[in-house]
Design a protein around this ligand. Structure first.
Ligand code: LMR
Length: 392
């Protein structure tokens, strides 16, 4: 059997990580996979996470199974963090998942079961949205998201294309800090999108993986909440990988907003059954750790303050990098980096420039030119800016 297999389709982000590890140049710079790094290049365990893990270890007295939906305190806390009071809690359900990725997959399986037909994803989007939609058996279609000339949202075109989405079809939106572009919708644009989706009776599917990295914890969820308040049904995938820095622990949540308590309970049952046939129960450690943080006001305050420090640092890097690029190129071409939100910006430099950055300067970017701003060290900004100026 195995001898008949072909290699699976490549995942550019994961391939880049492997190529980076293999490269022996001491000055190599990894601006690929979306992981926050501090000014020394380390991805630290956040203080509140470290303390909460200790408490979990000290107080945990059983490893017996929890329910299919994982840690309920965790799931309810993430629900509050994401949805706030935008919708009556009687219409919302949430479960713990194996990272935000599994939330996307289980929700895709759920909407596929609802015979939604097509799932519309932004072009461009997270490298895994299309494959997950197809794996769930959906027809994956794309709507225009980016105006490549200005590196901002091509909103008129996006709104026009979304107006053609049929009733019951699913529209994927990034809650904040769009991956890979860093270009987000304004609140007025969110309102317009919410109105289009409601008018067309489409199902919004909001993926929020960077809450707290853009404009702050609440501000980053405002667009999503605008939609939630408008529509009868909605699905949301949330990740704790980035804002709690628990990448390898795989902690996320899948949220459902339904028309009423009865229908949303039924949908939750189906969602749990999708998890059951996939991985049965989600692992507890990361979710128990985060539940411990939510349950302790001092830990919660410390987490928020450390997260805010990370956000500020990314903003400062954006400002310094766009200034460095303006100086090195003598143009304002990269000013959009300052306006982008979160971890990523799409440099728009083309594949040959990306290849040269890697070959001549040991700077690793995925082929689409997405740059992980959160991996830039302050001390490397001049080197990066000069390298970019040389290859474009
Ligand atoms: C990324 O886009 O780099 C991250 O979300 C990691 C991943 O799973 O692709």
């Amino acid at each position: 059997m195995f001898t008949n297999f072909q290699n699976p389709p490549a995942d550019a982000i994961l391939e880049l990580a492997i190529a980076f590890r293999k490269d022996t140049r001491p000055n190599k710079i990894d601006l690929g996979i979306g992981v926050y790094k501090d000014q020394t290049g380390a991805t630290p365990v956040m203080r509140a996470v470290k303390e909460a893990e200790k408490r979990v270890w000290e107080t945990e007295n059983s490893k017996a199974y929890l329910g299919l939906g994982g840690d309920e305190v965790f799931a309810r806390s993430v629900q509050e963090l994401v949805v706030g009071d935008a919708v009556d809690a009687a219409r919302v359900r949430s479960i713990q998942t194996v990272g935000g990725g599994a939330a996307v997959r289980l929700l895709a399986d759920l909407v596929a079961e609802g015979k939604s037909g097509a799932i519309w994803i932004p072009n461009p989007t997270w490298i895994n949205h299309g494959p997950i939609g197809r794996a769930a058996g959906m027809e994956v279609r794309q709507y225009t998201y980016l105006d490549t000339a200005s590196n901002s949202v091509a909103f008129d075109q996006m709104a026009d294309e979304l107006s053609k989405v049929a009733a019951g079809e699913v529209v994927v939106l990034h809650g904040c800090c769009h991956n890979p572009t860093g270009a987000d919708l304004t609140l007025d644009q969110w309102k317009e999108v919410a109105a289009i989706i409601r008018r067309n009776r489409a199902i919004p599917f909001v993926d929020i993986a960077y809450q707290g990295f853009g404009d702050g914890l609440d501000a980053d969820a405002t667009g999503l909440r605008i939609v939630a308040a408008e529509v009868p049904e909605m699905v949301i995938s949330a990740s704790c990988s980035k804002n709690f820095g628990v990448y390898r622990d795989r902690v996320g949540a899948a949220l459902l907003v339904g028309e009423d308590a009865v229908s949303v309970d039924r949908a939750k049952g189906i969602l749990l059954s999708k998890g059951r046939v996939n991985y049965s129960f989600p692992a507890n450690h990361g979710a128990a750790t985060i539940a411990t943080i939510f349950n302790d006001p001092a830990l919660l305050a410390d987490w928020k303050s450390e997260l805010e420090g990370m956000r500020q640092r990314m903003l400062n890097i954006r400002i310094a990098l766009s200034a460095g690029l303006a100086k090195a190129t003598g143009t304002s071409r990269f000013d959009f980096i300052k306006a982008n939100k979160g971890m990523f910006s799409l440099l728009g430099v083309g594949a040959p420039a990306v290849d040269r950055l890697r070959e001549d300067y040991a700077i690793f970017l995925p082929p689409d030119g997405r740059m992980n701003i959160a991996a830039v060290k302050e001390a490397e900004i001049d080197y990066l800016a000069n390298a970019f100026a040389k290859v474009i």
